[in-house]
Design a protein around this ligand. Sequence first.
Ligand code: SF4
Length: 322
Amino acid sequence: MSNVPVLEVKDLKKHFPVRKGLLRRTVGHVYAVDGISFTIGEGETLGLVGESGCGKSTAGRAILRLIEPTSGTVKVLGRDIAPLTKKELRPYRQQMQIVFQDPFSSLNPRMTAGEIVGEPLYVHGIKGRKERLDRVAALFDRVGLRPAQMSNYPHQFSGGQRQRIGIARALALGPKLIVGDEPVSALDVSIQAQVINLLQDLQRERRLSYLFISHNLAVVEHISHRIAVMYLGRIVEHADTRTIFTNPQHPYTEALLSAVPVPDPAIKRQKRVLQGDVPSPVNPPSGCHFHTRCPYAVARCKVETPLLREIAPGHHVSCHLR
Ligand code: SF4
């Protein structure tokens, strides 16, 4: 494994201005991503987990520069890509791909599956039709589709097959990193397992690194080496997957975990139902953002923001009580 992380994110922020009135004055900000840091090594998967609205998808897009970050650094293979121009960014774009949640809306319905997978090859300079077709056929084969299906249109595929097309498209340029934004959430449970197995096989073969974004801890458990739990724009706990599942230390992680079914009936988890929705990121609660829903909150939690501290090797938690 290379010593240089494939992805190194430091203090990444994405704040969206809230504008009002005729003059569109900025009256506040949505603190969608508010200073997150992590690294992903070669052949490693980091699961980024949290409820809808916690900023995890915005983080994925800011990392890929599909939206411009407000501040912070994003290093890909050791190079900070934040200051790069569109042209300078191009070789790094090849290294980082995304697989979206909804394979139907992310595939152009007017293009054949073969054209969809071959498009990035064309855009990045492989103009020879025969070479492109051969490479697309090999990609189809690798993701479990028949090359004969290259001439079919997206609506002729099932949901799981469409996600395989999305994965083939992401693989076309031989990336080092794939950001999966809820890549299996729209699929039936049995199909989810097949797609996760495919992603794991591809990771082993190609030493791929994944940032796997999901609202569901159970989904990320099987694919992630480490997990970062996000709440209202911040990472509140970050550890290896086993630690997150066996020794969670943040009350929010505990609550998310209590919703994960345990296959062994002998093991009982205490049920902690989270009260209410995630508060608005426009005016997040003061101090610890989680204090409005935390069953252990004390007076200090309302006024003082807890730092993300390393409480054991590789285990980081942001809570005053830990
Ligand atoms: Fe709960 Fe306070 Fe810890 Fe925040 S800092 S998670 S409110 S106990």
